[in-house]
Structure formats: C-alpha cells, structure tokens
Design a protein around this ligand. Structure first.
Ligand SMILES: Cc1cc2nc3c(=O)[nH]c(=O)nc-3n(C[C@H](O)[C@H](O)[C@H](O)COP(=O)(O)OP(=O)(O)OC[C@H]3O[C@@H](n4cnc5c(N)ncnc54)[C@H](O)[C@@H]3O)c2cc1C
Length: 435
C-alpha cells in the first residue's frame, strides 16, 4: 500500500513520464523539499528502475557490474510512497481532461505532468540499416545485446566518432572484437577537439588496435545468405567485415507523445525558462526538451533543469526563484587510460581569439587555450587534465586572466598564484596593511 508522507504540503497528483536519469533525479529533488506534491506517480517504458545510463560504457567494456548502475530500486520508490509503473509507455495525453493512457491500457488522471522521455539514437538513411546485427547503444538491452554479439562475432563496425561511438568501440574492443570505427568528419570528436588533440586520441586508439577511418562515407551495409549484416561498404570501395554494426551518430528527442498531445514541438518539446511547455500544467526537461533552440545530450545542464522544475512544482507561486539559464558545458571521455577535457569552441576565430598551446610529446600532454581579451573561452586538454575544471571555472566566471598569462599553460596552481599576487597588489583591494 502507498504510504503518505506527513510533511507534504500539496494535495496535487504529479505524474512523471520517464524513469531515466532526469526523471529519477527529479524524484530525489522533490523528496528533498517539504512542499512536494502529496501524490507522485512515475511511469517508465523500460522494465528496470532508473539506472545510471552514463555507466553503460564501462558496463559494455566489462569494467563494471550491472548492479552498480541502479540508482534506486523499486522497493525504495515504494518506501517513499511513490507509485512506480515500469514497462509501460504513455501513449496518449488528453490535456482537456488531464488524463493519460499507457500502452497497457492504464488510465491515470494528473494535476501536473512532467515529460522526461529522453531521446532515441539517430539513424542515417543508409541501405541495410534495418538488418539483424545492426545495433544502437542507448539502454541496458542494447548493452546486453552488444555483449552477446561480442561473444558470437569477431568483427564490429561502429558508425560515429563522437563520445558515444568511441565508448562503444572501445567497449567492443575490450570484449575481444576487431573494431572499425567510421567518422564522417576529418577528426574524432570534431565538436569538442581541435585537430592536434583529435590526432593524439586517434593515435592512442589505433595503438590499442582500433581501425579508425576518418572522412569516411558509409554507402551501404551488406547482408549474408542468412540475411544478417556481414559488411559495411564505404565510398571509394573499402569493404569492412562486420558481424555487428553499432550506429552512434547522435540522438533525436522523444517528442511523439508531446506532439500528439498538441504541445508545441520543434526539434524537442519547446519549453520556457521554467521548463514549462505550451501547456502550463505540463513541464518537460532533459533530452526531450528544447530551450531557446538548444537540445541536450549531457547531464550537467539537465541537473540544473531538475532543480528549476522541482522548485516550480513545490512552490509554484514563489517569487524571485531563478529560472533555467544556459551555461557552457565541459566534456570528458570515458575511455580508461585516455584523459581528455574540453569546453568551448574548437576553432580560433581569426582576429578574435588568442591561442596559447603547449605540447609535451614524451609525456603525451597537450593543452590549447582560446582567449578573447584575456578571458578564457575554450580549452582542450589531453593527457594531464587535472587543471581542466579550474580553466572551466575561470571561463564560466569570465575572469580576466591577463595577470596570470605567463603561467596559464602551466596549470591551475601556478596560474592561481599569479592571480592571487595580482589581487593582493591591486590598489582597489582593501589592503590589510592600510588598516
Ligand atoms: C552509453 C551512454 C553514455 C553516456 N555518457 C555520458 C557522459 O559521460 N556524460 C554525460 O553527461 N552524459 C552521458 N550520456 C548521456 C546521458 O545519459 C543523458 O543525457 C541522460 O540520460 C538524459 O536523461 P533523460 O532522463 O533526459 O533521458 P533518459 O535517461 O534516456 O530517460 C528517458 C526515459 O524515458 C523513457 N520513456 C520514453 N518515452 C516514454 C513514454 N512515452 N512513456 C514512458 N517512458 C518513456 C525511456 O524509456 C527512458 O527510460 C550517455 C548516454 C549513453 C547512452
């Protein structure tokens, strides 16, 4: 039986559609607030309770056990008095009646609704993509299917040289497969890395045995006599044997539910700074939403969205509560033995950016900083990435780093010393000596 929590202030029924990373984080954020809605129902299409999707990569690589991914189990939800419905997909939302229906025929009334339906992998329009043996890498089932494919086959082709493609490729390689990776661009992780860092990464991965094809144009996938995928054909005539193909070229927000409910949808479900959709009773956040033209693929901004929505749901009439504001995000790659940290633009704007770079081929270290008027706008660190978060903090704060410019490439500790010295010498500072 569902327990009611004595500290709840609102008698509203809140329904959360999606028990993924954002949906679960929202539950935790609501539970931390005394004014949370009295009744909360969570409906998730996956059969497993919320898990850490980020850790699917180390799971695939065999570096982690399945159990370590679970965020909270169904028992925990029950103890919190939250109704958790798993393995059911919400199919329709009747907004005028504030009622939704799942694919199992369950009907549920709501007062307020949150859509956290995430996204699904994008699929390129390539002949043969529907063949058995072609996979995506999004959820636990995909990770299981890939692990099984690695047991049975020996050759894999991964389409996509971004974060996800690289993590999938390394995972399969660690499971003993011969892996070819296809990247359409001239470099790996082209959105995050400049050419030098991308080449360092490429050399490291090639050294481990990955067969990397940049500037690769996939033309079609070939089926064997049993109708299973057996090869990938590239423009130029290259044929790569493939018992298993993984498509990792990007993500597309899950918007079908919102669209059929008549909500405003562009590439994602359109929301304002309160993550409210075109219907004031419905919020959307995470990878399914679109805010000021932006879509999301990393959890850092989503965590900030969660706080805004939790606050809004618990204190809808509170004034002065800040809405969601876009901020830059830093990227890390989860391939063990490769340390990489990047944020901001990868290419210097001619006449706009000053470029500082440092390279130690022996240690395998590389740093490249993009500055505009003494302020950091972008950075790529490969090898020793310890100072990455410090650089990112300086960029977010828009701090003028002119005073520590000579030590900037040496890393956080040296640069901060110079900054502190400059600050102590500054006449504007309330000098302790003068007091
Ligand atoms: C392998 C992998 C590695 C990643 N690594 C990183 C990383 O290192 N760093 C990082 O920041 N991000 C990473 N990400 C991205 C991160 O996992 C996502 O940004 C995050 O999970 C988004 O959360 P979400 O709740 O919006 O979507 P999801 O976590 O996808 O959750 C959405 C949930 O909603 C369910 N759903 C959809 N439609 C319905 C419906 N109609 N009814 C009911 N339920 C529905 C889905 O089944 C799903 O369970 C990675 C992703 C993957 C796949």
């Amino acid at each position: 039986m569902r327990q009611r929590h004595p500290a709840t202030a609102s008698s509203e029924h809140l329904v959360i559609v999606g028990n993924g990373m954002a949906g679960h984080r929202l539950v935790e954020a609501l539970l931390a607030r005394p004014e949370r809605p009295a009744r909360i129902t969570v409906i998730g299409a996956e059969t497993a309770p919320a898990y850490n999707r980020i850790l699917l990569s180390p799971l695939l690589a065999g570096e982690m056990e399945r159990e370590a991914l679970t965020l909270r189990d169904a028992e925990w939800y029950a103890k919190q008095g939250i109704e958790l419905v798993l393995g059911e997909r919400v199919e329709t939302i009747e907004r005028s009646a504030r009622r939704l229906t799942t694919d199992a025929g369950r009907e549920l009334d709501y007062d307020r609704l949150v859509l956290v339906t995430g996204s699904h992998p994008a699929r390129p329009p390539v002949l043969g993509l529907e063949l058995p043996g072609v996979h995506v890498f999004r959820d636990l089932h995909d990770a299981d299917a890939l692990a099984r494919a690695a047991e049975q086959g020996s050759n894999a082709v991964v389409i996509g040289g971004g974060l996800l493609g690289l993590e999938a490729a390394e995972g399969l390689r660690k499971r003993g497969m011969q892996v070819s990776l296809l990247q359409r661009d001239d470099r790996l992780m082209n959105r995050q890395l400049d050419l030098t860092a991308a080449r360092l990464l490429e050399n490291e991965l090639r050294g481990r045995g990955l067969d990397i094809h940049t500037d690769a144009q996939l033309e079609r996938l070939e089926a064997d006599a049993n109708g299973l995928v057996c090869a990938a054909h590239l423009a130029g005539g290259t044929r790569l044997a493939a018992d298993c193909v993984v498509v990792a070229i990007g993500i597309v927000p899950h918007t079908a539910l919102a669209r059929t409910a008549g909500l405003e949808v562009n590439r994602g479900v359109v929301v304002d700074e309160w993550l409210t959709t075109s219907d004031p009773a419905i919020h959307a956040l995470g990878e399914c939403c679109e805010h000021r033209g932006n879509l999301y693929g990393l959890v850092e901004p989503i965590w900030r969205q969660v706080e805004v929505v939790a606050e809004r749901l618990c204190r809808p009439n509170a004034e002065g509560v800040p809405g969601y504001v876009e901020k830059p995000t830093a990227t890390k790659l989860k391939v063990s033995g490769v340390s990489l940290y990047a944020f901001g633009p990868t290419e210097a704007e001619p006449g706009g950016h000053e470029v500082l770079s440092y390279r130690d081929p022996q240690q395998g270290d590389y740093r490249r900083l993009l500055l505009r008027d003494g302020r950091l706008e972008g950075a790529v660190l490969y090898g020793d990435t310890a100072s990455g978060p410090w650089y990112f903090e300086q960029a977010l704060a828009g701090r003028d780093l002119t005073a520590c410019r000579p030590a900037l490439l040496l890393g956080a500790a040296d640069a901060q010393l110079l900054l502190d010295d400059a600050l102590n010498e500054s006449p504007q500072r309330p000098a302790k000596e003068a007091a």
